[in-house]
Design a protein around this ligand. Structure first.
Ligand SMILES: Nc1ncnc2c1ncn2[C@@H]1O[C@H](COP(=O)(O)OP(=O)(O)OP(=O)(O)O)[C@@H](O)[C@H]1O
Ligand SMILES: O=P(O)(O)OC[C@H]1O[C@H](OP(=O)(O)OP(=O)(O)O)[C@H](O)[C@@H]1O
Length: 220
């Protein structure tokens, strides 16, 4: 029996948007995959030889980069933060739209000019992207790494600014923050392990199936 082809899919908010794309690509996971109560992590599909794993969004890149999964669905924010050379991202899936931005308290923003910064102190889940972004214009960024609830950092004195994902802007607003600079626009991508693409005959046809699924969902 050949090894199954494994697709890593993030749990959390991307999962709901990824399921219709998987279906359009001809892959229907067993029912427990979309069941939030299930504790299983690895799931069969109706395609013999294709299995799904459900992992944290940041871990999708790691599973695929190390060849533990051959394909994955992951935000371009995560890809930018890791910058794994083993990952190839051939398809923009057009889901998980948001942006990575710098934000700060409303009162600070009132008299602030980002062009005048020479040093910034930020709380973020994205220290590498943040440092690279500021380094490009000669600003030194000192980062406090958090894994969530970045919006609490300014009021609690952890760091005066944050770099986090923004979509509707509601989380910033409800925590007294405003967006002052956009770092990058984010969508989810199909990622492929480069070695698997060369050594397995079943990878490229699946990439093409996703490409068609995205084209179909745009046309619909
Ligand atoms: N507000 C948002 N709107 C749209 N897409 C988002 C938003 N927030 C995050 N994303 C996308 O979804 C991905 C996963 O985010 P999510 O917030 O579900 O992760 P999480 O549940 O915080 O992750 P984990 O708990 O695994 O650390 C992000 O990497 C990003 O690409
Ligand atoms: O602009 P909005 O529409 O309010 O979305 C932004 C929020 O979404 C993400 O968090 P998420 O809700 O996924 O929770 P998390 O803190 O677990 O990452 C992100 O980290 C922001 O907090």
């Amino acid at each position: 029996m050949p090894q199954p082809l494994i697709i890593a899919v993030p749990k959390g908010r991307i999962l709901a948007e990824a399921l219709p794309l998987l279906a359009a690509a001809g892959i229907h996971p067993e029912a427990s995959f979309a069941d939030g109560d299930s504790r299983a992590l690895r799931f069969a599909t109706d395609v013999p030889g294709i299995e799904l794993i459900r992992v944290r969004a940041f871990d999708v890149a790691t599973f695929v980069a190390h060849g533990a999964a051959q394909l994955g669905i992951v935000g371009s924010d995560v890809l930018a933060e890791f910058d794994y050379s083993e990952l190839y991202a051939p398809v923009d899936l057009g889901i998980g739209h948001c942006r990575l931005s710098v934000a700060e308290p409303v009162a600070l923003a009132a008299g602030d000019d980002p062009r005048g910064w020479s040093h910034v102190h930020v709380a973020t889940k994205y220290p590498h992207v943040t440092q690279a972004h500021f380094a490009r214009r000669g600003v030194q960024a000192e980062c406090v790494k958090l894994n969530g609830a970045m919006e609490l950092a300014p009021t609690l004195g952890l760091a005066p600014r944050i770099v986090d994902l923004v979509s509707s802007g509601r989380t910033l607003k409800e925590n007294g923050l405003v967006e002052v600079e956009r770092i990058m626009d984010v969508t989810s991508r199909l990622v492929v392990n480069r070695a698997a693409m060369k050594t397995r005959a079943d990878v490229v046809p699946l990439v093409e199936a996703f490409r068609r699924a995205v084209a179909g969902s745009i046309a619909a």
